[in-house]
Design a protein around this ligand. Structure first.
Ligand SMILES: O=P(O)(O)OC[C@H]1O[C@H](OP(=O)(O)OP(=O)(O)O)[C@H](O)[C@@H]1O
Ligand code: HPA
Length: 186
């Protein structure tokens, strides 16, 4: 990246609005972990993190789930480091056989929901006994892929703006931002 581009990326962070501080996000993750444990502890689930955005929430959740489970990842992308969605592109399929087992999909954000809807249908096709979803953030708007599309476990609701931090990127950057931020003017 050129210096001008990096300067732009720095400016995005400096000017962004903080929606949830690190401690607020951590509290939400603790609550998600407790709810997931209560629901899944006895069911021998397979937990798949969706890369790349799920990287932070997947890792943070896993060590708080104190019961037997298998963990893996899938990589699918719809935004490809831009700020608007396209068709879903599969990059890495799951490597753990989950047929006949409950699956929990973990991702950073449920925005329009096309990504989760496709992944849920893929897991059913491949024989999961049940498919549940956990997202750190649900974006509030009326553009969901279908009206009844909701995640089973949600950390926080966010307003209808472009957000980054805790795994969510702005043009590939700031997945590492320690809080949930909204881009100024977006
Ligand atoms: O609800 P949707 O409108 O489908 O958007 C949500 C998806 O978009 C992001 O992934 P992205 O395609 O940006 O890839 P990334 O995980 O590599 O950032 C995010 O991680 C979700 O998987
Ligand atoms: O608001 C967003 N931020 C980052 N990644 C995303 N993927 C879908 N929506 C978003």
């Amino acid at each position: 990246m050129s210096q001008t581009d990096i300067d732009h990326i720095k400016k995005i962070y400096i000017e962004a609005d903080l929606l949830y501080s690190e401690s607020e996000v951590e509290a939400a993750i603790n609550k998600m972990a407790a709810d997931i444990s209560a629901a899944l502890a006895e069911s021998d689930p397979v937990i798949f993190t969706i890369m790349n955005g799920g990287l932070v929430i997947g890792g943070k959740l896993l060590t708080k789930l104190n019961f037997p489970l298998e963990a893996g990842y899938m990589h699918a992308t719809r935004y490809r480091n831009t700020t608007s969605g396209h068709d879903l592109e599969w990059k890495v399929a799951p490597m753990i056989d989950f047929s006949g087992r409950p699956v929990l999909i973990v991702d950073d954000i449920l925005d329009e929901g096309h990504t989760l809807a496709e992944i849920i249908s893929f897991c059913h096709q491949k024989g999961a006994s049940s498919v549940q979803t956990a997202v750190l953030v649900n974006k509030l708007h009326d553009r969901k892929a279908s009206e009844d599309l909701k995640a089973d476990f949600v950390g926080l609701d966010v307003e209808d703006r472009y957000i980054f931090g805790y795994g969510m990127d702005y043009h590939g950057y700031w997945r590492n931002a320690p809080g949930i931020f909204a881009v100024k003017g977006k």
